[in-house]
Design a protein around this ligand. Structure first.
Ligand code: BG6
Length: 493
């Protein structure tokens, strides 16, 4: 595995710890070696020391086994190269051939692009220019690309053109780390392996769906990147739409890569296009002002005062929207999506609100009959929560909501693998099901561009929510105008 940007934050926080965890669980192939490519001066021994530190710090709740740590970092190498130095890529090729002899890697390579997006195209072009791709002869080469894949449809197309000049679609792994989360994979199982749910999963029985991904953190030290992105491009274009696709898609004919991706992309095609009118009615953007951290109640800065953020920035840190999936299954069922930074708690979940039962017979006299509710909890709790009505014990026959609550990561020792661990394992195995295919990217940008274009025509009134609150007032109105309310999603455990 050749990691471009191998001395960056992502490599140390996510990739190296994930490789250690794969080794710990016996999933790392024996003939594996890693070359970290970076612009800085560094020796292989220095890289190994730093990689060890990062494994100790970030390898999650897995045990730290010194022997396995050593065994892992002993396969790490450092190669200094400027991303634009053509000659350097040839030397890299020679170095990789030497490692092939040592590790028996046969010329098989994973090129991991953990670099800023503007370097994606140029790096791929130079990899090919230096003859590091066999083009199907004898060995395989895969490329892993971090987000963002473009910043609109046009730039995504350009980028895709540059990459597909070198790699076939089958060898391109576009990362959306949400797809590696344990519960995202469970959405399909919960839906399709249970008669109970699948039979009701349509507009006859479901009133609406709420998809929430809230974060407590602000923009942290990523102001430079975030200014050009905002919540729409940073979270909605990828993670939120993935959650929507998995919730709304039709059952695939089987679970192979193409069949699953085919069904997902049909959901994007069925979304009501975002015209300016549609955006004005059904999309709300927000930006946090100064406020308080919900945990320690300390004062926190507003977005415009964060590092590398413009003092009059129009970048949104919150988005809420109502979208309709126009097909036979979902006609008339709104999907409410919301995501934001500096919210009261960190939660990602999908809430399926079933229709109200008809108020007939003896139920009539009881107020507040609740609708049944299924919540697929993605993080921090992983599990499923089902609420339904039952009779309160006693003589009056009162009806109360009761719940079944399954939590799969509550028990000590039941830690799910980190998303990167799962995704890297899939790249090693050559399974791209949990990665984004080009047409998914294309259709998601078409949808997102409609919103971004409409927003570009108007100046927002920012900041419009206090750090630590649930977004702007208009987001509340968006759902309350439909006589529904946002769920209280915080887990108080
Ligand atoms: C990333 C975004 O893709 O996802 C970040 O760039 C965001 O802004 C992060 O914080 C959220 O991921 P997670 O796994 O913490 O929910």
């Amino acid at each position: 595995m050749v990691v471009f940007g191998g001395t960056g934050d992502l490599a140390f926080r996510k990739l190296y710890p994930a490789i250690y965890n794969l080794n710990l669980t016996g999933l790392l192939p024996e003939d594996f070696a890693l070359v970290s490519v970076g612009r800085r001066d560094k020796t292989t021994s220095e890289l190994r020391v730093e990689a060890e530190e990062s494994i100790l710090k970030f390898a999650g709740e897995q045990i730290r086994d010194q022997k396995i740590i050593k065994e892992t970092i002993d396969r790490f190498y450092y190669f200094k190269n400027d991303f634009y130095d053509n000659e350097g890529y040839k030397k890299l090729g020679t170095f990789l051939s030497e490692l092939d002899k040592k590790y028996g890697t046969l010329g098989n390579r994973i090129f991991y692009l953990a670099v800023a997006p503007e370097h994606f195209g140029p790096v791929v072009e130079r990899i090919d220019g230096a003859g590091l791709i066999s083009h199907g002869e004898g060995s395989w080469q895969r490329v892993v690309i971090e987000k963002p894949f473009g910043r609109d449809l046009e730039s995504a197309k350009q980028l895709n053109k540059a990459i597909t000049r070198v790699f076939d679609e089958d060898h391109i792994y576009r990362i959306d780390h949400y797809l590696g989360k344990e519960m995202l994979q469970n959405i399909m199982v919960i839906r399709f392996a249970n008669t109970l749910f699948e039979a009701l999963w349509n507009n006859k029985y479901i009133d609406h769906i709420q998809i929430t991904s809230s974060e407590m953190v602000g923009v942290e030290n990523r102001g430079g990147y975030y200014e050009g992105s905002g919540a729409l491009r940073d979270m909605v274009q990828n993670h939120m739409l993935q959650l929507l696709m998995l919730t709304a898609m039709e059952p695939p004919v089987n679970l192979d890569t193409q069949s699953v991706r085919d069904e997902k992309v049909k959901v994007l095609k069925a979304l009501t296009p975002m015209t300016p009118d549609e955006v004005a009615r059904n999309v709300v953007r927000g930006q946090y002002g100064p406020g308080h951290d919900p945990i320690d109640h300390k004062e926190v800065l507003g977005y415009r005062s964060e590092a590398r953020v413009s003092k009059d920035s129009d970048t949104e840190t919150y988005v809420a929207m109502k979208v309709m999936v126009n097909n036979i299954r979902w006609a008339g069922v709104p999907f409410y999506l919301r995501t934001g930074k500096r919210m009261p708690c960190r939660t990602t979940e999908i809430a399926i609100q079933f229709s109200k039962p008809p108020e007939i017979l003896y139920f009539k006299e009881f107020q507040n009959l609740q609708s049944d509710l299924l919540v697929i909890k993605i993080q921090p709790r992983e599990g499923a929560f089902l609420q339904f009505n039952a009779k309160r014990p006693g003589t009056r026959g009162e009806i109360v909501p009761v719940a079944m609550d399954f939590c799969q990561n509550c028990e000590i020792g039941s830690v799910s693998a980190d998303a990167y661990e799962r995704l890297l394992y899939d790249v090693l195995r050559g399974d791209s099901t949990l990665f984004t295919r080009w047409d998914e990217v294309e259709h998601s940008w078409k949808f997102i561009d409609g919103i971004a274009d409409a927003w570009a025509m108007e100046q927002p009134d920012f900041p419009n929510y206090r750090a630590g609150d649930w977004g702007p007032e208009r987001a509340r109105e968006l759902i309350e105008n439909d006589k529904r309310i946002w769920r209280d999603v915080c887990d108080y455990y």
